[in-house]
Structure formats: structure tokens, C-alpha cells
Design a protein around this ligand. Sequence first.
Ligand SMILES: [Zn+2]
Length: 470
Amino acid sequence: MSFYVYNSYGKTREEFIPIKENHVGLYTCGPTVYNYAHIGNLRTYIFEDTLKKSFEYLKYDVKHVMNITDVGHLQSDADTGEDKMELGAKRENKTVWEIAKYYEDAFFDDCQKLNIKRPTIVCKATDHIAEMIELVQVLERKGYTYIADGNVYFEIDKFPDYNKLANLSMEELEAGSRVEVDENKKNPLDFVLWFTNSKFKNQIMQWDSPWGRGFPGWHLECSAMSIKYLGEKIDIHCGGIDHIPVHHTNEIAQSEAALGHKWVNYWMHGEFLVVDGGKMSKSSGDFLTLTRIVEEGFKPIVYRYFCLQSRYRKQLMFSYDALSDAGQSLKKLKNKIALIKDAVTENETVNSKKLDAFKISFGEQISDDLNMPNAFTVLNDVLKNDELNPLEKITLAEDFDRVFSLDLLKEEVVDISGIDEKLVNELLDERNDARNRKDWAKADEIRDRLNELNIEIVDSKEGASWKLKD
Ligand SMILES: [Zn+2]
């Protein structure tokens, strides 16, 4: 079965042709571990996890490499702003190493809750300083670098295809780098490969290099580590769409300049999660985390389901209402499957030939640049198909869930110990207030939220109370 992907490089839908038959070398840009991941970032990791599992479903052997950025990433993706790791350390009065460890653990904790499988190789920037220095040396030998005020820069005018991925004019690309002008740059789009003399004189993470003690520029790590673990030619490189104009553009320039040939065959980018300002008033702080969503009463897996309801290349509008709808819909789906599971009888058998047709239609949808909404349609068609017996339906649901990863066959466990009674009582009071001022929409919204928490409201003359749903 052909697998079609949308290649950001060239902006076309293409048939995926692997470098090595039945193998996929996949590199995905990982988190900068100075703070929690935003749910928008997590959407990208869910997309990449789905991509990997779709290839695996179709019997490809996927080698997935992801980096952990624990050094060198400044506030802007270009060379301006404060150092993110130092910023995190200052904010929390910890060392940069403690910050890195803490947020790396928090990141993988989020991934686990979202059923995101750990990459084959997870590599940290600080463990690969030697490889990065070596890459800069190659670029220096080939004449792509210059030194100004102690820093080593990549000279983009020496790389003619610089703007090919972003497909923007040089003026448009430059717009992002005008905020803080670095007088040392020959072209405002040149970027730092190695910092020795910078405004971060007290940088704690420093290493010796041929150019003096310092630290690498952010983009360097992805080139150095992807080449180390996946070789000089890579099938697919992924990331968030915001990485296109600076980070991935710079990765391509330095990698192809060093290697002397095309580096990555397919670039795939996840679109933004858009947060509707008005409805987000409940959120505190600047960004939403998975923990925050859980505090609002949602299961992490509901967020995964919510993301899978739209295509990765489309912007997705986040709101608690939309998440609540997704929660209801997932619950309905799981209930439907649970009922079918209960109906399985002992002497039922599976006609695997019959199942193959459904597996093929499912495969066709996921290999159509991850058409997950259509993949769910295939599942729903299976569940209501009269020609399949309950065991066959369950077998297919389990099979498709290797890609969805929604624990579709797991029974919901109703456990009172998991209920936050304080939160439930607060919500109930809030609902009473809403009813008193005849704000029925609000009252209904709170009832739905409680519903999501498996709580049923019991209205009586004495007022409202709650119980666990049967
Ligand atoms: Zn990267």
C-alpha cells in the first residue's frame, strides 16, 4: 500500500519512498526542557506519534530519534533574547541541570499519559557537544563560516537554497530577525554555530572548543544528532510549523552544506493549536499544560482524541467546550465497544479474510497523509456492520487502536478514591449560583463538566447533591 505524505519542502503531496525498503528513519525535534510543554506542543508530539504508529501498522520498521534541548536555545528561535535554560533556573532558583532533569521527566510523564510511545533513541544536546564541534569544523573547512567578536557564524549567502523550505522571500524571512540586530552578522539571517563571546558571560553550561570556551547555537544539535543516529540521508524530519522559517531552514543549510548533498527527503509539520482567548479565562499563567487540563476534570486521553478529530495540517481551535464534546464522544465510542464486548459469545470465531477488507480501508485512510477523521469513520462502520460478529468487531477495534492509542477496549474504572470531592462540591455550588440567576447555559455547562468526571447531579427539594454514575 502506498503511503502519501504532504512534504513541506516543495509543498506537495508525495508518495513516500523509503531510502531502505520497509524502513523509516524519522527525526522529530524534541522539547526545550526549561518549562512544561504547552498543549500546542503536545499536539505536535501526538501527530508524530500517530505518524510513527501508522507506518508501523503498515509493517514498516521505524527508527525514531528525538532530541532533548538542554542548552543553547535562546528566547527567540534566532540568536536573540535570553537563554531559555538560564531563564528557567533563575525563575525557580535551581541549577540549569536540575531544571533540565525536572522538565525532561515532566515531558515524558505527559507523553505517557497521552499514550505517546517513547522514541527509539532520545538524545540530549549536552551529551553531543563533540559531534556538534566536529560539524562546525567541517563547515569551517568548507568555507561556510566566519568568526566575528568571538562567535562562529554560518554565512547563509554561501548556501543558495537557503529559503527553499520556507518558500518566503529573503525580506519576509528577515522580518523575524529585525527585533534585535546583531552588528557582527554579515547578513541578518546568518546564525550562530558556536558562542564564545556573548552577552551570556555567566553561562553555566560551557565547553572547550577550537574557538574558545563556549556553547553551541541551538540549530546545530538537530543536524549533528540526526546524522549520527540516522545517517547522512534521512527519510522524514518533523516538527511544529513554527520551526519552518528559522530552525529547520537553518538545519537544512548547515547539514547540506556539510554533507554536500540532499539531507532529508520529506519534511512534515504539525499546525498550530489555536486558543480562543475569551473562553480561556479559567486558565492561569500564559499557557495551558496537560496538568491544567486534568485539573479541569479531563482525562489526558480525551486530549489525544480531541487532536485526532482533525487533521494535523489544519489549525485546531482549543476550548474547554470543544474538549468536553470530545470527551462525550469518546465515552460514547468506548461504551459502544464495551457493549459489543459483552455480547461476545464463547463459540464465536474470527474470519480473518473478512477482516482484511476493513484493515485495508483503515490502512488507506491512515496512509493518506494521516486522515484520522476518516479512520474513525472506518471504525464506526465496523461497529455497526451487520455482517461482522461481536468478536470480529472487537478484534478490529483493538487492531485500529494500535494507531489511535485511546485504550478503546479498556473498561472505565469507576473509583470514588479518584474523585476530587472538593472540586465536585465547588462545581455544584457554582451551578446552584448559575441556576439562581437563571444562567441556564452556564448551569448546563457545569453539569456536562461533572458528567465528564463521572458525576451525576441529583436535584431534589433540599437542593442538589451528587452521586457517582452507574
Ligand atoms: Zn530541531
